[in-house]
Design a protein around this ligand. Structure first.
Ligand code: LMR
Length: 394
């Protein structure tokens, strides 16, 4: 029966991981997949995660099933981390999922279940897997303008004009912070304008927040999500713990649905549990349990926040270093946007041919749309990258 299968396109981000591994050059630089690397090139296990694992190993006496929505304590801890006190807890349905991607996938299925004809508005560009999952589920997508290729900032006027064409029953997918792949983000006033358009059109926002703590700080990065959730009648939020807890392979995420009352919350909570059951039954628990332990223990939480802040500061430092090195070598300010962007990524805004040239001639790996993982750099590799960019004529 399987002879009828068609080979599927490789995921561009994951394909790069293999190409990089196969490259024998010692001085190659990996700016592909979004993982944080320290100055030695290692993606470390965070101190609080290690401590929680140690504690868990000593105290956990059963691995019996949790609940279909995961351990409720994890849901509570994550609702608090992402939403703070923006909305009443009783109005939020929350279910643990296998990673942030799992949350996004469950959200898309929820949307489809609720309204088979819903269209999902996606930023142009967005994380490629958003598009791939929507296509797989046969959900109609509508791109909205987002990235200004001239300024490398947000094409805000274009974005608003396009979002105004959404209607009730449509969903607008927004990146809560640290836009992937561009690194260009809305400011607070622009978020307010987006909220006004959502209220005007009646479209439902869905926020993908995968990098909380990597941009301006833990609370600052959640501010837009909180404001949206508090302003609109219904909102979907997919949050990831992969990056900010550094537990990529543990697959830890949460899907939240915010509604205006606790009656709707009950229906939403039941539906999230049902959807989990259909797709994988109980969600993975190990990462979720570590996150819960960290968020609910003062000492672990303080240590986690301190380390996360160090990671954030180091990314900011790399951004400043790269922008000033490029300024020095190119004699122009045209790369200044790198210091303005936030999060792991920046789209440098060059052609696929240039990206291929950087890979082939200089051993620098970035995604074909010229997205660089800033967190893959270190103080030694920044000058190498800057020189390659200028030498290649970007
Ligand atoms: C990325 O965009 O590099 C990350 O979100 C990892 C992934 O799964 O693509």
């Amino acid at each position: 029966m399987f002879e009828s299968l068609q080979s599927q396109p490789a995921d561009k981000i994951l394909e790069l991981i293999q190409m990089y591994r196969d490259d024998p050059r010692a001085d190659k630089v990996d700016l592909g997949v979004g993982v944080y690397k320290d100055a030695t090139g290692l993606t470390p296990i965070m101190r609080a995660v290690k401590a929680a694992e140690h504690q868990l190993w000593e105290t956990q006496d059963s691995k019996v099933y949790t609940g279909l929505a995961g351990d409720p304590a994890f849901g509570d801890a994550m609702v608090d981390l992402v939403l703070g006190s923006a909305v009443p807890r009783a109005n939020v349905a929350a279910a643990a999922t296998p990673g942030g991607t799992g949350a996004v996938r469950q959200a898309f299925e929820l949307i489809q279940m609720a309204r088979a004809d819903a269209r999902v508005f996606v930023s142009d560009p967005t994380w490629p897997n958003h598009l791939s999952m929507l296509a797989y589920l046969d959900i109609e997508m509508v791109p909205y303008r987002y990235f200004d290729t001239e300024t490398r900032g947000v094409d805000f006027e274009g974005m608003i004009a396009d979002l105004k064409t959404a209607k009730k029953g449509d969903v607008v997918l927004l990146h809560g912070c640290c836009h992937n792949p561009t690194g260009a983000n809305l400011n607070a006033t622009e978020w307010d304008a987006v909220i006004a358009v959502l209220l005007e059109t009646g479209a439902t926002p869905m926020i993908d927040i995968a990098y909380q703590g990597f941009g301006e700080g833990l609370n600052e990065d959640a501010a837009a999500t909180r404001k949206v959730a508090a302003s609109v009648p219904e909102c979907i939020i997919a949050a990831s713990c992969s990056k900010n807890f550094g537990i990529y392979r543990e697959r830890t995420g949460v899907l939240m649905v915010v509604s205006s009352d606790s009656k709707a919350q009950g229906l939403n909570q039941g539906t999230l549990a049902y959807l989990n059951r259909q797709n994988f039954s109980f969600p993975p628990d190990h990462g979720a349990r570590l996150v819960t332990m960290i968020l609910t223990d003062d000492a672990l939480r303080a240590d986690w926040q301190a380390e996360l802040e160090d990671v954030r500061q180091s990314m900011l430092g790399l951004r400043t270093q790269l922008a000033s090195e490029l300024q020095r070598l190119s004699g122009s300010d045209r790369f200044g946007f790198l210091a303005q962007h936030r999060g792991m990524f920046s789209r440098i805004g060059t052609t696929p041919e240039m990206v291929a040239k950087l890979r082939e001639d200089y051993g620098i790996y970035m995604v074909g749309d010229s997205r660089m993982n800033i967190a893959g750099l270190n103080v030694q590799t920044v000058p190498i990258l800057a020189k390659a960019i200028v030498d290649a004529g970007i």
